[in-house]
Ligand binder design. Structure first.
Ligand code: UN1
Length: 507
């Protein structure tokens, strides 16, 4: 009987409660990775209170010193990179090489915000009156509730938690329960870097209790900002809840990310990009490729070459050299099964020796590991999709890529925008005029040129439009506007009452 992980509120572990979740290895679902005790709504409210109490002192720690703490976190993460990556590969089935990259993304984020602690600039602004000076200051918002998914169980949390802490906020973090061991390891590294108790609270809970707790905490004025990464449906519920309390959350939701391949594109490059972003991470990135929109002159060759590339790519055990491993958990597998049901009679299916679960009875060439033991799925290419198909219109979160031919660039852009998401979009072309027309007209927070839809760098604004989010952006300096509020100050040293707009100097 192993230890049951419990939440940490105000620096102390809370006792295990009656409900727990068993997080298993998706490559060997019979193997337990962590058992985690689930807190209830009242636990989340208590965590927010502890955060509120701790934030008071943390906000007064000078920002460069908070930056030093962030720097220590980054160094600890670097020093423990292989160990943390192993937990990620084991618990969510991400290939180990990708997991190392994910851990690197935390270190990169810390490196960026270490320096930001010495900036956090405000401005001095001239006044319209003499002997008066205007200033702006960035202040922390207060308590930030962070709710994250398990497909990037450590990098994406760091995009919220690191800048939120640097800005002087306290955080209550609710990780995905199916990535509890990743969350625990991440928390341990942060706790050892010298954060005062209560500045980062870790709350293991399921969705319904989190929502109920958040509703109460917002009602009691205990939460000042919500950061959420997850599905569009849950994101819109969280957005509604925050709106009732006049808050704008930071929402990073789904994607149905298009790749346009123009008639002048370098085809092998486009095929390589489609393979990586469509099937890498088993298609479980919010930036994964949804649909390849390919000029009719290249369409046949593109499908053929992608089909060949997919068939040659090894799939299986994430600790081997594979393109992708299992789906993250039974819940993700069930969601993907539903998606596969969208494939209809009018579609041409390529890419594999089958659709659905890979088993010994339904094998796949190049499979590494034990297909019966885990949540492994065939890679699927579905040709001939269009706006009338669910598969074209909705996020799939699994190893399936749609393909559709087009004639004119404007037709391709219309197809790219049709599903109404707006996270990441890519164009493969050698024509700069097409690049700029595409960039202007496509609805996407992130555009790639001759590069795949996934793999954003950690210091550029990250976020989407439409069904992908509410326009908020994470990462780099842009995220500072999520976790700080501007305060303006005017200081009159004239020794008399000068009235704005009324006592303006005439010359
Ligand atoms: C996500 O899937 O939630 O751009 C984030 C990428 C990664 C992050 C994906 N750096 O693909």
């Amino acid at each position: 009987m192993g230890t049951v992980l419990t939440s940490v509120i105000g620096g102390a572990r809370i006792p295990a409660g009656p409900r727990s979740y068993r997080s298993t290895d998706p490559s060997r679902t019979a193997d337990l990775v962590a058992e985690v005790s689930l807190a209830d709504a009242a636990g989340l409210v208590r965590a927010c209170r502890a955060a509120r109490a701790a934030q008071d002192a943390w906000r007064d720690v000078p920002a460069p010193v908070r930056g030093q703490v962030v720097g220590s976190i980054g160094r600890l993460v670097e020093a423990n990179k292989p160990a943390l990556a192993r937990v990620v590969a084991r618990e969510v089935g991400k290939p180990y090489a990708e997991a190392l990259g994910e851990v690197q993304e935390i270190a990169d984020t810390c490196a960026f915000f270490l320096g930001e602690g010495r900036r956090l600039y405000g401005r001095t602004v001239p006044s319209e009156m003499p002997d008066k000076q205007l200033f702006t200051f960035r202040d922390p918002v207060g308590v930030v509730a962070v709710i994250t998914a398990g497909n990037f169980p450590v990098a994406v949390p760091s995009w919220y938690i690191v800048p939120a802490l640097l800005c002087g906020n306290a955080v209550v973090w609710k990780p995905a329960e199916y990535a509890a061991a990743c969350a625990e390891a991440f928390y341990q590294l942060f706790a050892h870097a010298g954060l005062p108790d209560g500045v980062l609270n870790l709350l293991y809970a399921d969705g319904p209790e989190t929502y109920a707790g958040l509703e109460r905490a917002l009602g009691e004025g205990l939460v000042d900002k919500v950061g959420f990464t997850g599905s569009t449906d849950v994101g819109s519920r969280i957005g509604e809840l925050c709106g009732r309390h006049l808050q704008t959350p930071c929402l990073e939701l789904g994607g149905k990310n298009p790749m346009v391949v123009t008639e002048d594109a370098e085809l092998p490059l486009a095929v390589e990009g489609a393979l990586f972003s469509g099937f890498g991470t088993a298609g479980q990135r919010c930036t994964s490729l949804g649909t390849a929109i390919v000029h009719e002159s290249l369409h046949g060759a593109f499908v053929r070459q992608l089909d060949e590339a997919v068939r040659a790519a090894p799939v299986g055990d994430p600790f081997e050299d594979v393109l992708y491993g299992p789906l993250i958990s039974e819940r993700f597998a069930a969601g993907f099964e539903k998606t596969l049901g969208w494939i209809g009679g009018g579609h041409a299916v390529h890419g594999s020796s089958g659709t659905g679960r890979i088993t010994a009875a339904n094998p796949r060439a190049g499979f590494v590991g034990d297909p019966e033991a885990g949540l492994f799925y065939h890679p699927v290419i579905v040709d001939g999709v269009g706006p009338a198909d669910e598969l074209f219109m909705n996020e799939t979160f699994g190893p399936v890529v749609g393909v559709v031919p087009y004639r004119t660039l404007d037709e391709a852009i219309a197809l790219a925008n049709a599903p109404g998401y707006g996270l990441s979009a890519s164009i493969y072309t050698t024509d700069p005029a097409k690049v700029f027309r595409f960039r202007r007209r496509v609805s996407a927070g992130m555009v790639s040129v001759n590069n795949s839809t996934s793999g954003a760098e950690a210091h550029l604004p990250f976020g989407g439009n439409g069904r992908s989010g509410n326009g908020s952006r994470q990462s780099g300096v842009w995220v500072l506007d999520q976790f700080t509020r501007w305060q303006s100050m005017n200081w009159d040293h004239s020794g008399r009452l000068q009235k704005a707009q009324m006592d303006v100097l005439e010359i």
